[in-house]
Design a binder for this molecule. Structure first.
Ligand SMILES: CC(C)(COP(=O)(O)OP(=O)(O)OC[C@H]1O[C@@H](n2cnc3c(N)ncnc32)[C@H](O)[C@@H]1OP(=O)(O)O)[C@@H](O)C(=O)NCCC(=O)NCCS
Length: 206
């Protein structure tokens, strides 16, 4: 991979196939599905992420999608909609965030609509973008941060082999404006090489 390339010119595959999910960037035509997924899950998601606050109308959904499209073009964030394979229903989002293209480091962020939770879809989606980061984009490091109270998110990170590095204490304001901690989980190249899931089909991700 040519490190002199402007990030905008770095090739990134736009479709990732898992055994049960398909990942692709959202287009403006997905705005009604995005709004419906968020409306269904507003309270559940709103405790941990700000997307529900930002998306209250179809126009808001279009704006978020346009922002993600711009972020994709500039390689400033790589956001994928998660779709059920076959059915095509929008299940949620998984993104490679805050790319540092020189260091080849990324963060992963994600959410699932209420009706898609508890089925292992996110484990599969996080493995797909983790594989993209290490094998497609030459990552040296991928991290996932979450509020220590967010046990569902922690379970996703752990099930994908991410390692708890530590806790950043009182490092940000939570949704109520109170100082809050962040757990930092990460994978570096050596960890990734030692994982047993990345050479196999992602059909059984427990
Ligand atoms: C974080 C979040 C995506 C996790 O969702 P989730 O449904 O728990 O995660 P998965 O899709 O990986 O599903 C795992 C669960 O499905 C179960 N499961 C059912 N069928 C499965 C299958 N075929 N394969 C794997 N797991 C399966 C697993 O056992 C597991 O449940 P358990 O932990 O009770 O054992 C979701 O809680 C969410 O959207 N939260 C709000 C947003 C958020 O917090 N984002 C992260 C911010 S850091």
């Amino acid at each position: 991979m040519d490190s002199r390339l402007s990030p905008t010119l770095i090739p990134v595959p736009e479709v990732l196939h898992g055994s049960r999910v398909l990942l692709r960037p959202l287009s403006l035509g997905d705005a009604p599905a995005l709004l419906q997924a968020i409306d269904e899950s507003r309270e559940l998601l709103g405790r941990w992420i700000c997307v529900p606050d930002r998306v209250r109308s179809l126009d808001d959904a279009r704006v978020i999608i346009a922002r993600d499209q711009a972020g994709w073009l500039l390689r400033e964030r790589l956001s994928f909609g998660i779709f059920e394979r076959g059915g095509g229903c929008l299940l949620g989002d998984v993104s490679l965030l805050h790319p540092n293209w020189e260091l080849r480091a990324f963060a992963v962020g994600y959410w699932l609509r209420r009706s898609a939770q508890g089925r292992g879809y996110m484990r599969e989606a996080v493995r797909l973008v983790t594989r993209l980061a290490f094998e497609g984009l030459g990552a040296n490091r991928v991290e996932i941060r979450m509020d220590p109270r967010n046990v569902r998110s922690r379970a996703v990170a752990e099930s994908c082999g991410y390692v708890l590095e530590g806790t950043l204490r009182r490092s940000r304001l939570d949704k109520d404006g109170k100082p809050a901690d962040d757990h930092v989980f990460s994978l570096v190249t050596d960890d990734y090489a030692g994982l047993d899931w990345h050479n196999h089909s992602l059909s059984d991700v427990r």
